[in-house]
Design a protein around this ligand. Structure first.
Ligand code: ADP
Ligand code: VHF
Length: 276
């Protein structure tokens, strides 16, 4: 496998990596995420974060654990939680001298050419200034209306779309699971990790099912959709466990962790800095 140098990367972090099982925000995890992305940013990588967690942060700030059933209430919760989430990110990244910016996107924003150009120009301008864009779906406006297709089924899909649109070399998807297995490990004790996927075969597609955890939404199905987008663009994606987000540094250094999707291998950016 030919090694390809990584300079621009997108990291997607799911609710399960940001909120603990008891519903409280996982501050140590967010701190390690801020540390890792700041270290990469300092070393010359261009980093974009796609972060879920608005609803989780909303629930935590209201001291609740159950998502409301009504869409409008979920949207209100996301708009409340997004502020809290960004407050925490802003604080933690500043501890590592890194500035962040927020983009809340709908599918239309990346599909309609004029909107897309504006979004991509904004991201470019931020990256040129070494500011880390933090992206989430714009939940309060993401409803199906008229002929607009404004929703993403999940942030996994959004992260893959962003990664391919900005020409990222690598997408790292942090999950609550070690990677793609030949069947759902939460339901099958003998499930085996698949280390490399160069092509999405029917057997691989069959292995993926929905989420079986309380906080996750898309399960492995949306992660494979993301992988498909990445493979079609001939880029690389790594799906791994986000329990300790410092794993990002190991992935970027080319260590074999989780499931690697792609037809190339990862070559770290040659920097004069020490290895992480
Ligand atoms: N083949 C598979 N390999 C790994 N996980 C799988 C598979 N099929 C289904 N899953 C489920 O997908 C879950 C991960 O997705 P999800 O719950 O949406 O997490 P996240 O919050 O990280 O996005 C796993 O915890 C697992 O239960
Ligand atoms: N936009 C929503 C998250 C949607 C989503 O994809 O969640 P997850 O499966 O945890 O990555 C939020 O911020 O709560």
């Amino acid at each position: 496998m030919e090694a390809k140098m990584i300079r621009r990367l997108v990291v997607k972090v799911g609710t399960s990596s940001l909120v603990m099982k008891n519903g409280r925000i996982n501050l140590p995890s967010i701190d390690r995420l801020a540390y890792s992305l700041s270290a990469l940013n300092n070393a010359g990588y261009q980093v974009v974060l796609v972060s879920s967690g608005a609803m989780g942060a909303g629930l935590a700030s209201l001291n609740k654990t159950q998502r409301p059933a009504a869409i409008a209430e979920q949207q209100a919760l996301a708009s409340l939680g997004q502020v809290e989430l960004m407050r925490i990110y802003s604080q933690r990244f500043l501890d590592y001298q890194t500035r962040i910016a927020q983009l809340l996107l709908t599918r239309d924003n990346l599909e309609y050419p004029l909107n897309r150009t504006n979004v991509l120009n904004t991201i470019e301008a931020l990256l040129q200034q070494k500011i880390v864009p933090i992206i989430n779906e714009n939940d309060p406006v993401s409803v199906d209306e008229l002929d607009h297709h404004t929703t993403f089924s999940d942030n996994d899909e959004l992260s893959a779309l962003v990664a391919t649109r900005i020409g990222a070399d690598l997408l790292i998807v942090l999950s609550d699971i070690d990677g793609l297995f030949d069947k759902d490990p939460h339901k099958n004790a003998d499930a085996k990790l698949i280390e490399n996927v160069a092509e999405l075969t029917p057997a691989i597609r069959l292995s993926a099912t929905g989420s079986s955890t309380r906080f996750g939404t898309g399960g492995m199905v949306t992660k494979l959709k993301a992988a498909e987008t990445i493979l079609n663009a001939d880029r690389q994606m790594v799906l791994c466990n986000g329990q300790d987000p410092r794993v990002i540094l190991k992935v970027v250094n080319g260590q074999p962790i989780g499931t690697h999707f792609g037809r190339h291998s990862i070559k770290p950016l040659a920097t004069d800095k020490e290895e992480f």
